[in-house]
Design a protein around this ligand. Structure first.
Ligand code: P5A
Length: 441
């Protein structure tokens, strides 16, 4: 992509109403544009990151054997009346009447919708477990939308749902998602700690939040520091195996959100040198709520004795749009964003400092084409701006590698590669560039 043709409205000034770093940088880097309170348009640079995160989440759900579907954003009120949540959900739910005056709503979550699909489709225990997910926009009329995409009113969520015959098998599904989430967050370049949490309006009696440590987080968490040493799931996961031992190793160490926290238990279980209390950003949340929805909604299957029983359900969410902000909170410096390679909007920024020199333009075009052909995603700054403006814009948008075509590049046929994270620079021959970038991938 050439910058001269790219919609990238970067701002010099920090917007006054943005309180936290990720919100400031997302606005300054032209990633989002506010539509109304807690509702944003995603501009090209932001959308690329959102899609990268979405795809990693999707790949890991698929690897765990979860089936992708797509449910609507608008749901009928009837199914929520059946489950009993229509009134409970209160003002957070955006309620709509259609032209026939039927009550509809913009989905804040999809437990009812997916239970309705299940009961129409699955009749026998032989078809269980059944695992479904979708990636869809949600609407919650939050009392205090803030921090940009971190607490939005409209936001993108991956929500998955499990259906099992009984409590034991539904634990197997729960464990599958637990481990899949560890892997997913690791691929996103994050250290997300699973902590015991309250279930709120989703319900049930077992739940874990996945939280990344950050001063700007809204959750208060108490945990045993040794849990950080466990966050290394690089082995290939075999989802057909029993994953209980991995989950148990986490559960053995104390980690709780403030609503579940007990001072006594924390101090009793965790040696003082390992006690830690900090703020965290909740990027995922998983629930096991047995028959809370299936019973009132009659989502039944026939068991091996031919008897109709309510299925056991769980639900599993990842805040995809929130993750864009959360990753920036976890990875930036005073000059801007530092994207982890896996979610970077482009891998490389090619900066031509001699953008009026026809010979330099020809060489840069050539480099640009070579990199594209090698499958390297490159944003080529071909604009006629000052070197200072070009450098600060590149640092702000945070691409992992910068390639600088400078004053001497024509003469010595060398180009500089700068690593955005370490600021380490290296000079390489232009003819070696593509090979160099491919091997360092
Ligand atoms: C689990 C999936 C649920 O809704 N039902 C389906 C369950 N859980 S949750 O904890 O309420 O939300 C899941 C994740 O969505 C993100 N999230 C938000 N992101 C941005 N703005 C919001 N207002 C918002 N609310 C929730 C969080 O990452 C949360 O973990």
């Amino acid at each position: 992509m050439k910058l001269s043709n790219y919609f990238l409205p970067v701002l010099k000034e920090t917007p006054a109403d943005a309180e936290i770093i990720s919100h400031k940088f997302m606005l300054r880097a032209g990633m989002i544009s506010q539509s109304s309170s807690g509702i944003y348009s995603w501009l090209p640079l932001g959308l690329r990151v959102l899609k990268k995160i979405e795809n990693i989440v999707r790949e890991e759900q698929n690897a765990a054997g979860v089936n992708e579907i797509l449910m609507p954003t608008i749901q009928p009120a009837d199914i929520w009346k059946e489950s009993g949540r229509y009134d409970d959900y209160g003002k957070e739910m955006l309620r709509i009447n259609d032209r026939q005056d039927r009550e509809m709503l913009y989905g804040p979550t999809n437990e009812e919708q997916v239970a309705d699909i299940f009961r129409r489709s699955i009749k026998s225990y032989k078809e269980l477990p059944s695992l479904l997910y979708h990636i869809q926009w949600k609407f919650r009329d939050e009392l205090r939308p803030r921090f940009g995409v971190m607490r939005g009113r409209e936001f993108l969520m991956k929500d998955a749902y499990s259906f099992d015959l009984d409590e034991d098998t539904s634990r197997v599904s729960y464990n599958k998602f637990f481990v899949c989430y560890l892997k997913t967050f690791e691929r996103l370049g994050l250290r997300a700690i699973p902590i015991a949490a309250e279930t709120g309006p989703i319900g049930g009696d077992m739940s874990h939040e996945f939280v990344i440590i950050s001063e700007t987080g809204e959750s208060d968490i108490f945990y045993d520091k040794r849990i950080l040493d466990l966050l290394d799931v690089d082995q290939e996961l075999d989802y057909t195996k029993d994953l209980r031992s991995i989950v148990s190793s986490y559960q053995a160490l104390y980690a709780a959100a403030d609503d579940k926290y007990s001072k006594d238990e924390f101090e009793k279980k965790v040696p003082i040198e390992f006690q830690n209390n900090s703020k965290g950003i909740e990027v995922g949340h998983i629930f096991n709520f047995s028959t809370k929805y299936s019973e009132p909604m009659k989502a039944n299957v026939l068991n091996s004795n031919g008897k109709a029983v309510s299925v056991h359900m769980g639900s599993y969410g990842i805040g995809i749009s929130r993750l864009v902000g959360a990753i920036i909170e976890a990875s930036h410096d005073e000059n801007g964003i530092i994207w982890p390679e896996a979610v970077a909007p482009f891998t490389v920024g090619l900066v031509n400092l001699k953008s009026r020199d026809t010979e330099a333009i020809a060489v840069c075009e050539n480099i640009y084409n070579t990199l594209n052909q090698a499958g390297i995603e490159v944003l080529y700054d071909d604009k006629d701006d000052s070197p200072g403006a070009k450098f600060s814009r590149m640092d702000l948008i945070g691409l992992p590698k910068q390639i600088i075509f400078g004053n001497n590049s024509l003469k010595d046929q060398m180009i500089e590669i700068k690593d955005r994270k370490t600021s380490h620079t290296e000079k390489v021959k232009i003819s070696d560039l593509a090979g160099k970038l491919i091997t360092s991938k």
